[in-house]
Ligand binder design. Structure first.
Ligand code: NAG
Length: 419
């Protein structure tokens, strides 16, 4: 009777394969690795929700706990391999800037006589997850500090569910103002003409919003000289851009999850989810959204034909009234930097915008690149045809993807010549 274990094994394998397998676009490399990562993430989210339901803490904190345990396990298993980012010469200090926790990386060279570059980094994670001190972010910033002789300041802004918009934005803005003060720049021997800001995903959102505020603040003498945005989140009014439709089920950020992150961040009722999904919140009947504002994210005008393909805009006539009045942050430029006017964009510094083909946020980034360019800003638009959301921070073992390594390299190269 050796058949039973075989049958059981086949059944279990089929069940696992069913849970893990998802159809992916053809040009995505290492598809099985991405499927496994996505399955692990989905399983984590489900377990976190069950634990929440059973009364074990908030589901976001459960997810944080699981990912941290997993990371710890991977570190132990891999030994020195995951320490690929340890740069013995880089001095790391965990301190506060204007009361906001930050991690500062100081390169070995410099100080005496010659000034260094400065870069503020804001990590991603949907304004709810992630930390600059963990995983790939820490490794990337150590390497950046060392290779580019740059003082990197990674900001541990507060997250959902502990806080909502605008707290994370205000944390980043306060830390940025402190960083750009004469005393701090002098203390770290940083050239005031060479201080940049960057961030990925939700961190790219915060970086773009903080850049707009600082660029238009006449009371500040030192401003950021460049901004580098890695697949940033930039707008709340259209969840049916070609990239939102095309990539709605792509790991690791589905359209549903992105909308959920927005509702959490803006402290909106989760019951609004189905309405946002079909653009009911930004219907033409909403008189609080003037045509001028809509034009700022009109992808039919702002995207090149290559990305529009045969997609049709989803413009709802009537929709559901009152959502924007109920959640005014949907129209707040500090939450949705793509809504800023051309006069604000014109004051922004030179920009690097990285976008990925297989990412719901692709068009947010592409539209921002185009609008900054239209406002007279020099923009480098770096598009990865085989990229997916999250690949930038998936550039280190065991979740390392070749496209992630290329994305990090491209970002380093741009900063090397532009910061
Ligand atoms: C969107 O608004 C329309 C009215 O224009 C309504 O019929 C529909 O039920 C709404 N959809 C959702 C998901 O609420």
């Amino acid at each position: 009777m050796r058949l039973r274990p075989v049958v059981v094994s086949v059944f279990v394998a089929a069940a696992v394969a069913y849970f893990v397998y998802i159809p992916l676009p053809e040009n995505v490399q290492e598809p099985w690795k991405l499927m496994l990562l996505d399955a692990a993430f989905r399983a984590t989210v489900r377990i976190a929700m069950i634990k929440d339901w059973l009364g074990f803490d908030h589901f976001i904190r459960n997810i944080r706990w699981s990912t941290e345990s997993l990371e710890g396990m991977m570190k132990t298993m891999s030994g020195s391999r995951s320490d690929g980012g340890v740069m013995p010469g880089v001095k790391v200090s965990d301190i506060t800037f204007a009361g906001v926790p930050v991690r500062v990386y100081e390169p070995p060279a410099g100080g005496e006589g010659h000034l260094r570059r400065g870069l503020m980094f804001l990590h991603g994670g949907g304004w709810a997850l992630g930390s600059g001190k963990k995983g790939s972010y820490d490794a990337i910033n150590r390497r950046l500090s060392d290779e580019l002789n740059t003082v990197v300041v990674s900001v541990e802004y507060r997250l959902y569910p502990e806080v909502h918009f605008p707290e994370p934005y205000i944390d980043c803005l306060s830390a940025a103002k402190h960083f750009l003060s004469q005393e701090v720049l002098a203390k770290y021997a940083i050239d005031p003409e060479r201080v940049g800001v960057s961030g990925d995903s939700a961190g790219g959102n915060l970086a773009a919003a903080v850049t707009q505020e600082i660029s238009t603040d006449t009371s500040m003498s030192v401003k950021f000289s460049v901004q580098a945005l890695i697949y940033p989140v930039l707008q709340t009014l259209d969840f049916n851009t070609p990239s939102f439709v095309q990539n709605q089920n792509m790991p690791i950020l589905s359209r549903t999850l992105m909308i959920q992150f927005w509702l959490q961040y803006l402290k909106a009722d989760f019951s609004l989810h189905p309405q946002l999904l079909v653009n009911n919140h930004s219907s033409l009947h909403q008189s609080v959204i003037p045509a001028e504002l809509r034009a700022r994210l009109d992808w039919t005008v702002l995207l090149p034909p290559k990305f529009k393909k045969d997609h049709k805009p989803l413009v709802v006539e009537k929709g559901s009234h009152g959502i924007v009045k109920q959640v005014p942050a949907l129209l707040d430029v500090r939450a949705a930097p793509l809504l800023a006017g051309p006069e604000v964009l014109a004051k922004c510094p030179r920009a690097y915008i990285l976008t990925c083909e297989h990412d719901v946020l692709r068009d947010d980034g592409l539209m921002y690149a185009r609008r900054l360019q239209d406002a007279g800003v020099t923009v480098t638009s770096d598009h990865y045809e085989d990229g997916f959301h999250g690949c930038f921070s998936l550039s280190f073992w065991p979740f390392d993807f070749d496209v992630g390594r290329r994305a990090v390299r491209g970002y380093f190269n741009w900063l090397q010549t532009n910061l």
